[in-house]
Design a binder for this molecule. Structure first.
Ligand code: BGC
Length: 399
């Protein structure tokens, strides 16, 4: 297809969110506990976030009204199982209503079971490294399948297991006092946490399939787009890509689909990752402005998982206060996606990050939203980018 050609029938075109980043008051989660700790290095806590716990109908109305046909959101394990083995009927009913609400509005739900946050009890009991972690996660997945997910097709078990694994290993090294500030970029995801996440993913996928064979299970991997900036850095790029990304992508073989999440690219020297060079155009996150990341990421992922596995772009977007820049970035990203589709890469959907300006894991400053949220009144205001992208979705094209 050229970027002006019609998208394939059934292409999912929508936006993504994650529970902790928009719901507010996710008080039984490990992130909430972390945010409250004195001496926490996070600039600000999540608080009420965008109050989407109460305002999700309005969010879905907006999304559907703008022209989109899909919504990726996550359900919160910490709310569903706030105490080990005790499932909250109210929380299950809440998320069931969201699934029904999406379907009723013509939005295909893409549901994530775990997006960075864990129940505090699970974290305290050893988190993913506890001997029964996979079993506990699978029990939660089975409960979700039985009580929440009827009518859903795409379910993601874990969001960005590769980022999660690195965050875990960084936290471990920092708490053990073994990492100086400058070392952090060099910390690799440990083999123990990597394998624990793969086990948890497989156990949850099996539980989901057993509960409802119609569910399509997968997980969503962060595409890091490492590239060499020094002569001789190619081998370092290959080693970094393998440990920080490819093992997680390859673990998706056997799944029904894989999620691709791409924002930027990452420069690498002979000894490892290096900071983005001075003078390079960056976003509020300090990431290089690099819309080509999306096209590169879907091609790279497809090459690793093979031609038979469908891809969904589950995140792509930009943190910027300038909405014109968001449109420019996304235009170019979509052109890269269109070229990949034209070359036969089997991409079934594009879900923009993010529907709303939200809590960016420590700060509200990086604004990724198509829709602005007033922090006091929670009033939602779609930005020009929301109308622009929604029109493309409605017309079923990428340009
Ligand atoms: C995460 C999101 C996050 C986004 C932008 C991804 O790593 O899945 O939760 O907000 O990137 O930083």
């Amino acid at each position: 297809m050229t970027s002006h050609e019609a998208l394939p029938e059934g292409f999912l075109f929508g936006a993504s969110t994650a529970a902790h980043q928009i719901e507010g008051n996710n008080t039984t989660s490990d992130w909430w506990a972390f945010e409250q700790r004195t001496g926490s290095f996070l600039p600000e806590p999540s608080g009420d976030a965008a109050d989407s716990f109460h305002r999700w109908p309005e969010d879905m109305d907006l999304l559907a009204g703008l022209g989109f046909n899909a919504y990726r959101f996550s359900i919160e394990w910490a709310r569903i199982e706030p105490v080990r083995g005790r499932f909250s009927r109210a929380a299950l009913a809440h998320y069931r209503a969201m699934v029904e609400g999406a379907l009723a509005r013509g939005l295909t739900p893409v549901v994530t079971l775990q997006h960075f946050t864990l129940p505090q009890w699970f974290a305290e009991a050893g988190g993913w490294l506890a001997p029964d972690a996979a079993e506990l996660f699978a029990r939660y997945a089975a409960t979700a399948a039985a009580e929440v997910l009827d009518g859903v097709r795409y379910v993601a078990t874990v969001n960005e297991p590769n980022i999660l694994a690195r965050m875990h290993s960084i936290r471990q090294r920092v708490t053990e006092g073994g990492a100086a500030e400058g070392d952090i970029d060099r910390i690799e995801p440990g083999e123990d946490i990597t394998q624990a996440l793969v086990r948890a993913h497989r156990a949850a996928s099996a539980a989901l399939r057993e509960a409802d064979p119609r569910l399509l299970t997968g997980w969503t991997v962060a595409s890091l787009c490492f590239y060499p900036v020094e002569p001789g850095a190619e081998a370092t790029v290959a080693a970094l890509a393998r440990r920080r990304e490819d093992v997680f992508t390859e673990a998706a073989r056997g799944d029904d689909w894989i999620g691709v999440q791409a924002y930027t690219r990452a420069p690498v020297g002979v000894d490892g990752p290096v900071p983005v060079a001075d003078g390079v155009r960056t976003t509020i996150k300090g990431w290089e402005y690099y819309p080509q990341a999306l096209g590169e990421a879907v091609r790279r992922t497809a090459a690793l998982v093979g031609p038979d596995m469908p891809l969904l772009v589950t995140e792509n977007g930009i943190a910027t206060a300038d909405d014109t820049e968001r449109i420019a970035y996304t235009t170019e990203a979509l052109a890269g996606l269109a070229a990949a589709l034209r070359d036969g890469v089997d991409v079934r959907g594009y879900l923009h990050w993010s529907l709303l300006d939200n809590y960016e894991w420590g700060s509200y400053r990086p604004t990724f939203g198509l829709v602005a949220v007033d922090p006091e009144t929670f009033e939602r205001t779609p930005k020009p980018s929301a109308h622009w992208l929604g029109a493309l979705a409605r017309e079923g094209r990428l340009a």
